[in-house]
Design a protein. Structure first.
Length: 386
């Protein structure tokens, strides 16, 4: 149940009666207490241990491992087991999986229940072709009765808090979020995240706040209503306020807004401005590199894995094209560290990212673009090791 707090009664006329103080309040999902309501989404190829640690440092109230395949869990695929690793400094950690049938998902959840996670999430919103063709992810939204069965079987398979992430529908002809949300809540999920687009809508499409709100209204009719989490276009303070105001959600989940910008958690949870100072930016990047080295070592492959993050960190700086080109082929973490230090030393201390006329593009999603282009949200983990 959602905990009532004095902060939730705070009024800000400019935000329609809602303030970001709501996100600072703790919330409980099942028996798990989160310190705040700004949640890091599970992102394929992004939310590994180093990045989760950095986001936790920045104030994230909760995080998940990358989405796993129920089939890979059945076969104990090596890379899937590696992705399930948890750093000893991660105080709270959830796991997300997807699959096609209630039995397969329940079997995987029974195993995950024994692996030391704090909650389990079922993904019913992944739009990637490889997943949808299998009948997984957002394909599950085509059958609300099947959604109910999956959640009921999953609920029986675990003692942990169970959550579900969905979209408002499969396509423009199948916007069934109200029915799906009701089924999920009645089946016993303690948290429901709704992304405000259909499976077929790209990230340039506007978020359907009214559909998210309707899904939450139906979910809250359940005997034990879930914590309701809004997702989609949460990129900064104004967009977080819009999500809170228009959907009446209990919390927000941040996806592409965190790419190259883990400071968004400080922005949403405190009084920090959107842009960190140049020194704060450098410290954050170097800390990420340090966590990355600790986890992966310092070798060419570690640098290759880090490249996307390093390039994202340069977004918003004027004249950074040459730097991005160097980072796209960087061969070691030491070289990357030296490049960032040199870049910072060549700029005045008051240099900022995303100046007023350089607002971040709301239709850009590097993570989704990467997954769609390569069609590999679960890498090769959907098959057993040979």
């Amino acid at each position: 149940m959602v905990e009532a707090t004095p902060e939730e009664a705070a009024v800000d006329a400019t935000a329609g009666g809602v303030t970001l103080e709501r996100l600072q309040a703790p919330v409980s999902i099942g028996g798990l207490r989160l310190p705040n309501r700004a949640i890091l989404a599970p992102l394929a190829g992004v939310t590994d241990i180093p990045f989760r640690r950095l986001c936790n440092d920045m104030g994230a109230g909760y995080a998940f491992v990358e989405m796993l395949s129920a089939t890979a869990i059945r076969y104990r695929a090596r890379r899937t087991l590696e992705m399930m690793r948890r750093h000893d400094k991660e105080a709270r950690l959830g796991v997300q999986l997807t699959g096609g049938s209630a039995g397969e998902i329940a079997e995987a959840i029974a195993f995950l229940d024994t692996q030391g996670f704090d909650s389990i999430d079922i993904n019913m919103g992944c739009p990637v072709r490889k997943i949808v063709r299998k009948g997984w992810g957002s394909a599950l939204l085509l059958n609300p009765a099947g959604v109910r069965e999956i959640v009921e079987r999953a609920r029986e398979a675990t003692r942990l808090p169970l959550s579900v992430k969905i979209r408002v529908g499969y396509d423009a002809d199948c916007i069934n979020v109200a029915e799906t949300a009701a089924c999920i809540a009645e089946a016993g999920a303690v948290m429901l995240t709704i992304h405000g687009r259909t499976r077929n809508e790209r990230y340039g499409a506007p978020v359907r706040y009214d559909c998210i709100a309707e899904g939450f209204r139906q979910a809250r009719k359940a005997a034990r209503p879930p914590v309701c989490v809004g997702n989609g276009n949460v990129l900064d303070r104004p967009s977080a306020l819009q999500m809170l105001r228009e959907t009446h959600c209990d919390a927000v989940m941040i996806s592409r807004g965190v790419l190259g910008n883990p400071w968004i958690f400080r922005e949403l949870l405190g009084t920090r401005p959107h842009n960190p100072t140049l020194q704060e930016w450098l410290e954050g990047v170097l800390q990420h590199l340090a966590y990355h080295r600790e986890h992966y070592g310092d070798n060419r492959m570690a640098a290759v894995v880090a490249r996307k993050h390093l390039i994202w960190y340069m977004r918003g700086f004027r004249g950074s094209r040459a730097m991005r080109e160097k980072l796209s082929v960087v061969e070691s973490l030491d070289d990357a560290r030296d490049l960032f230090r040199r870049f910072a030393s060549e700029h005045p201390p008051d240099a900022v990212r995303f100046e007023a006329e350089q607002a971040p593009a709301h239709d850009e999603d590097p993570s989704a673009a990467m997954d769609r282009e390569h069609d590999r949200p679960l890498a090769d983990d959907h098959e057993p090791d040979r």
